[in-house]
Design a protein. Structure first.
Length: 335
């Protein structure tokens, strides 16, 4: 517990830096919030009145101090595009992004880890070449292109997938809010019709993210397994007459998972903030598309709230990775 608290305390300077940088950037980027919301035909007096109402006419240090005081009260500001508090918007949209990212990461893990292990065990085989092809495709194909291609093939040509119109089709209603994850909430409510609708809607965007996340996971898994399979304790296990299955699954894979777990955490944090293109293609009401819409409208409060939320999640993910690594590697607990 002391180590956890120490890590959290060490992350505070990074969060302070994020708050300062995002505040400054939202003030210096091109675009005027008052002019945007006043409209193209508004007079200079109307624009000045809106700027004064929003507090944008005050000096930057005074604006920043007001922003910090609001943060201390848990107030992220008001979104001018939605008319709701930013915290409410983020809490409503973050589960959608988290569910999509987790589902895509599970798909990537289910394919990349076995493929990486098989490629390392059978070097030069068909599985090894397939792993290289998958890694190359995942790195080279942009996510928006993959998403549009999947929509064109599975929705337009084959008709297997529903229309990319969000988390549910037009005839389904959202399940009772418990976790914010439609698949989990619908299962807990035993509403299987809504569950099937949510599953059908999430498959294509999750596969799009999963293909993008396949590349780093498969590559790290293969490289880590190759390094472990060449270690002395693996040669000792083989000389002791242990079966290949026991050596690979019990000894090699557990030691090879340490860099893989670190990569999984990094990939998840990256996908959570970078899935805005997938959300736009599939009309997914996530936090990424929310931030982009606010940025286009020169609405600073949602952008600041989005960046701060991503920074906090990134800190918590790094802390979780450290705890998992300590559970997998006994040496880390005593270091």
């Amino acid at each position: 517990m002391r180590g956890v608290l120490w890590r959290l305390a060490g992350s505070l300077p990074a969060l302070v830096a994020v708050i300062i940088v995002t505040f400054v950037l939202t003030r210096v980027l091109p675009g005027d919030t008052a002019t945007y919301f006043a409209g193209p035909t508004a007079s200079a007096e109307s624009i000045a009145q809106i700027r004064a109402a929003l507090g944008l006419d005050r000096p930057l240090p005074e604006q920043f101090w007001s922003y910090v005081q609001a943060l201390a009260r848990g107030d992220l500001g008001m979104s001018l595009t939605t008319g709701q508090p930013v915290l409410v918007d983020i809490m409503n949209r973050l589960p959608a992004s988290a569910e999509l990212t987790l589902f895509g990461l599970l798909i990537a893990m289910g394919i990349a880890i076995p493929l990486g292990v098989l490629a390392a065990v059978k070097q030069g085989s068909l599985a090894d070449h397939l792993c290289r092809v998958v890694v190359t495709a995942g790195v080279s194909l942009p996510v928006f292109f993959t998403g549009l291609l999947l929509v064109y093939v599975f929705y337009y040509l084959l008709g297997w997938s529903p229309a990319p119109v969000g988390r549910l089709d037009a005839f389904a209603s959202a399940p009772p809010f418990i976790t914010g994850f439609y698949l989990v909430d619908a299962a807990l409510a035993r509403d299987w019709e809504t569950w099937h609708s949510a599953l059908a809607q999430i498959i294509l965007p999750a596969c799009t993210l999963g293909l993008f996340a396949l590349a780093p996971i498969a590559r790290i898994t293969r490289a880590s397994m190759l390094a472990v399979l060449g270690a002395e304790f693996i040669r000792t296990a083989r000389a002791s007459g242990l079966s290949s299955r026991t050596i690979i699954l019990t000894y090699a894979l557990r030691n090879a998972l340490l860099p893989v777990v670190t990569t999984l955490g990094m990939v998840f944090s990256f996908l959570l903030g970078a899935n805005v293109l997938v959300e736009k293609v599939f009309a997914w009401p996530g936090i990424g598309s929310y931030a982009v819409e606010a940025l286009i409208a020169s609405d600073g409060a949602p952008v600041q709230g989005f960046v701060l939320t991503m920074a906090i999640l990134y800190v918590l993910l790094n802390l979780t990775i450290d705890l998992v690594n300590r559970a997998l590697d006994p040496r880390a607990r005593h270091s």
